[in-house]
Design a protein around this ligand. Sequence first.
Ligand code: NAP
Length: 244
Amino acid sequence: MNGTVLITGASRGIGRACALAFGKAGWCVAANYNKSGQEAERLLDELRRMHVSADVFRADVSDAAQVSEMLGKAEARFGSVTALVNNAGIAQQKLFTDVTEAEWQRMFDVNVKSMFLCTRAVLPGMISAKRGCIVNLSSIWGMAGASCEVPYSASKAAVIGFTKALAKEVGPSGVRVNCIAPGVVETDMIAGVDGNARRELAEEAPLGCIGTPEDIARAVLFLAGEGGRFITGQVISPNGGIII
Ligand code: NAP
């Protein structure tokens, strides 16, 4: 049985693809965005054309007050949230020695603290319903580490620890918590990676290509649906085989 999914960072990239995939599969979609209001409105138009019950909610998910306000509005519109996709994230490529304290803090606020805030907001409803599913977006770099991406890699490794610990804690309450750790995916996040580097990354993967947002959305939807019934605390990595 489907329900309502709250997807953070749904205005672009993987989050947007998740919103469309869940909508197509019959879920009600609460889509969060922060800065990309026009993209969020376009997504909403597209969902409504598909006759999906959907709305968009602006919030910086690293801010506790904004998260709480967003959840209040989403619940008023759709009732309690049955699935949460903690997708919003930022990346930065920089030599470790050039990273400032503010950049380190922002990376952890957006990539990790946001998961704490959004999860804390939806969990009481899931626990009282004895049903719920949380999917957190990590990265292959959270498993393997990337040169010139120490803060990003560290934040994505934290997402894996968060997922495993929370899965143990809330499994007995009927809530599943899993992690998707994508390989390289064609979104704005990799806009700065030049053509040669992209080709090399694609060639490094046994499947010989980089991923699409839809490749990742299908895996997220699988975990949230019946297919994920017996799966919790796991890290699933759609990555073309670049890490095995
Ligand atoms: P993207 O195209 O850059 O989109 C990022 C999304 O996150 C946007 O919708 C953005 O919303 C939202 N966002 C950023 N900061 C936010 C904040 N403070 N509050 C609310 N929303 C915020 O990135 P993507 O490639 O789709 O990445 C999605 C997730 O997958 C991230 O967690 C990323 O680390 C992970 N991932 C990506 C790749 C890849 O190769 N692309 C690989 C592995 C993992 P606004 O524009 O509205 O602010």
